[in-house]
Each structure stands twice: as C-alpha cells, then as structure tokens.
Design a protein around this ligand. Structure first.
Ligand SMILES: Cc1ncc(COP(=O)(O)O)c(C=O)c1O
Length: 448
C-alpha cells in the first residue's frame, strides 16, 4: 500500500527533529542543549507534532470505515496533559487502572470515549467505571462479569460492557508482550463467548452489551496476524448471530503496532495498518452478511513512542582492557526499564555534538542504578565523553509509565515541545517527594 500520509512510527526521530547551526539536536523547534539547561537531566521530551501526525495517520487510515474511531492506549504514556492532547486530536482513551481512569476523568475526558481494561480489576475500579456512566468496561472473565452485574444492580445502574477474547493469534514479538495466545492471562477463550453472551443476555437490565475486543500483543511488525484476527472475530460474531440471534455493535481490534527503535526495525506505517484492518472488517463482515459494527482500534506505542526522546548527561567514563568503553548516564533503568526487562534496543546520538562521527570502539551507555543489567544501549556507537548531552530516541512509550524510584531517585521531568516552546507536563520529583509517603512508627521515634 502506498500513501503520502506521514506515519511517525516508521521514523526513528520525532518529525520535528533538526540540527542547529551549532550542531545541536533540535526538537519541536527547541534546542535540546537549552532544554537540558533549563529543565535538568534526565529529561523526557515529548514532541507535540509527532503525536499529532500519528493521530492524523490513524484517522486517515480509518477514514474508509464510517464511524470508525481510534482510541489511545494510555498505558503507553499518560498524564493530564496527554489526556487533553489526545482528546484535542479526536481520539478516545483506553485506561487500565483506577489511576489511569481517575487521570482521564480529572482531565475532563468524556466518559463515552473511555474504555476500562484489566485482567483483574479491583472492586474500586469497577465501581468507579460503573458510577461514571458511559465508561465502557472491557470485561475480562466470568467472575468479573458477575461483579459488574452486582455493582450495577446495587446502584440501579446499567454498566456498559464489551468482552475481551483471546483469539489464539500470536504476533512475532517478545514473549512478555504477547497477549493473544490461547493460554494468555487476558480475556476469555473463543469457546466461552457464547456462554458469556448468554449470561449477559440474562442480565441486560444491568448491562448494555456493546461487543467484542481483542488485543494480540505489542511491538508487532506484521500485518498478517491482524488480518487473521479480523477473520476470527468475524466468525465469532457470526456464531453469536446464528446461535443467539444477536448482532454486536462494537468491534475493538486492540493495538500493538510496532515502531522504530533501531535501524533494523521496519514497522507497518500507522496509516497502512489502520487502513488494512478497516478494509478487512468491511470486506469480511459484508461477506458473512453481518451488520458493520462500530470499529475501534487502540494503539499506544505507535501514537507516542517516537514522539519521545530522553536527554541524559554523560558522567563517568571507564575504558576497559578489552577495548570496551562504558559511559555512565545520569539516568537508566529507573526511567527506562525496558532494556533490563526484555533486552529492548535503542538508538542514541550526542545531542550537543551532532556533527561527531561514529565511535571506533564499542561504547555501552550504562545507567546509574545498582544492577549490572542497567545498560540503556550496548554498543551505542557514539564517541560520548563526560559532559555530553545524550539523546535516546523512541522513549515516548512505556518509559515514564514503567518508571520507578529505584535507588530512591526522583522521576525525571517531562516537557512537551511545540513551535519553539517547551512546557512542563510532569514535574521532576524532588527529594521531599521521595519521603512524602513515608511514615515513622512511634516506637522508632527515639530521637524526638
Ligand atoms: C488491551 C490493550 N490494548 C492496547 C494496548 C496497547 O498496545 P501498544 O502500546 O503496543 O499499541 C495494550 C498493551 O498492552 C493492551 O493490553
């Protein structure tokens, strides 16, 4: 498929990346050297235009399907400003915890465009979703269905639900981020769909059943599993129609589209991905004589991943007899746990010296945290020296959202850059923030 629509998930750098006359990396019209001076490092930088272009690509792909809607999977990166931005761009929102749901509601996101996921939702999460009517709960199992019915009936409300199924489709990706296989902890099996819908029908006084959801995994590079997913779900919908005489209103195909982390990555462009799925649904549902459902997709990584760049300051450098060189960053696995968790690979540049050539010795960019596995990039190939500003690309997704306070370090700040301006969207955690939740039992207060 060819298209002139820009799909930022296929580019390593944000769409606004440029090099200044001083050989500094520029993002969103801002000089990264100045960003680091102003906001400190490590610093997460999110590029507004890249997120916007991603949303536009998704929407353009879905344009062939009347009423289709893209949701943004907030687990990739969520804060109040991102909720506002996503809404401005015309996307809905997928949330997966009480905290994400609270953030979405606090941002003023319309309930009707919020979808709550989770394989073990707490009673508090379900209550919050049911009480904020309009929020759709993606029910993950029979026990949860019973809980939703109980919560809704106790309040005299009708909960809006979809059901998550495990379609048995596996994308080529890391074991830890596959979710569609038959023994997945997420969703119900295809065989359980009919009994599930029968159970729903018996409780329709308390339930508004909207349809089916599936998500097969993350950082997927191939189209085939998605097309297979559409076929399987269409057959499931046909079976519901044949056996129970019901059509479904909504079909959610999940997210999972891959992005570029290194030169080796060749993801499907966002536009092509959403277009191909939309066309397949139109085609297969028509062929099976089924009503065209409202189509939803919910990518996270491919919307914000390549919009994010982390800026680090290079500190201590160690040269080993083996010829290897380790350059220590002022961040690491606490702000980006992905390399240590599943060997995720990244690409870096020296943001303060963009004209420098590749290193002739293997350079590892190591983190500052107390684990040998805290290596952000093995063989980074850049001649980094103490004091350099290092930019690591494609850190917009699953970095902030998976970050920790390991070694009692405060989480970095995050700024949104646009048209030469940088605005703080997440404040850097202070030392006071780190002890804010701490409590000292009376019997330990021996100094006071
Ligand atoms: C249910 C669901 N939807 C959407 C996503 C978003 O996936 P991605 O960020 O890879 O697009 C996930 C990720 O785990 C998910 O579990």
């Amino acid at each position: 498929m060819s298209t002139s629509v820009l799909s930022p998930n296929t580019r390593l750098m944000p769409v606004t990346a440029e090099i200044s006359p001083e050989h500094h990396l520029m993002l969103g019209g801002c000089d990264t050297v100045k960003l680091a001076e102003r906001w400190g490092t490590p610093l997460w930088v999110m590029d507004y235009d890249t997120i916007k272009a991603s949303a536009e690509a998704l929407k353009a792909g879905l344009a062939v399907y009347p009423g289709a809607k893209a949701l943004y999977a907030g687990k990739a990166f969520m804060c109040l400003a991102i909720c506002k931005l996503v809404r401005e761009l015309g996307l809905g929102l997928d949330v997966v915890s009480e905290g994400e749901l609270f953030t979405a509601l606090r941002s003023g996101f319309p309930n009707d465009d919020i979808y709550l996921h989770g394989n073990n939702k707490s009673p508090a999460e379900l209550i919050m979703a049911v009480e904020n009517s309009g929020v759709t709960i993606i029910v993950d199992g029979f026990q949860e269905l019973d809980s939703v019915i109980e919560i809704a009936s106790a309040r005299g409300l009708r909960a809006r639900i979809m059901v998550r199924v495990t379609p048995g489709v596996e994308p080529e990706t890391h074991e830890y981020i596959k979710t569609g296989q038959f023994d997945s902890k997420f969703g119900i099996s295809l065989e359980q769909v009919i009994p599930f819908v029968e159970r729903v029908v018996r409780s329709e006084e308390h339930l508004e059943f909207r349809g089916i959801h599936a998500h097969i995994g993350s950082q997927s590079m191939a189209m085939e599993p998605y097309l297979k997913l559409v076929d399987i779900l269409a057959e499931t919908v046909a079976e519901i129609k044949n056996r129970l005489g019901r059509e479904i209103d909504y079909l959610n195909l999940g997210g999972g589209l891959g992005i570029v982390y290194t030169e080796a990555d060749q993801p499907i462009p966002l536009f092509d991905w959403s277009r191909a799925m939309a066309e397949r649904v139109l085609d297969v549902f028509a062929r099976l004589g089924l009503k065209q459902p409202q189509l939803l997709v919910e990518p996270g990584r491919s919307v914000v991943g390549t919009a994010g760049v982390t800026l680090y300051r290079a500190g201590q450098v160690k040269n080993f007899e083996s010829g290897k060189r380790a350059v220590a960053l002022d961040g690491g696995m606490a702000d980006n746990p992905r390399p240590a968790t599943y060997n995720a690979r990244y690409t870096s540049v020296i943001a303060s010296r963009m004209n420098e050539s590749e290193a002739d010795s293997p350079v590892d960019l190591v983190g500052r945290f107390c684990e040998s596995g805290d290596i952000i990039i093995k063989g980074a190939g850049i001649p980094a020296e103490t004091g350099d500003l290092i930019a690591v690309f494609s850190t917009g997704a699953y970095n902030y959202s998976m970050s920790s306070n390991y070694n009692r370090t405060g989480k970095p700040a995050c700024v949104l850059v646009k048209d030469g301006k940088s605005e703080l969207i997440i404040e850097r955690e202070s030392l006071d923030d780190l002890v804010r939740q701490d409590r000292i039992p009376d019997f330990l207060n021996f100094n006071s």
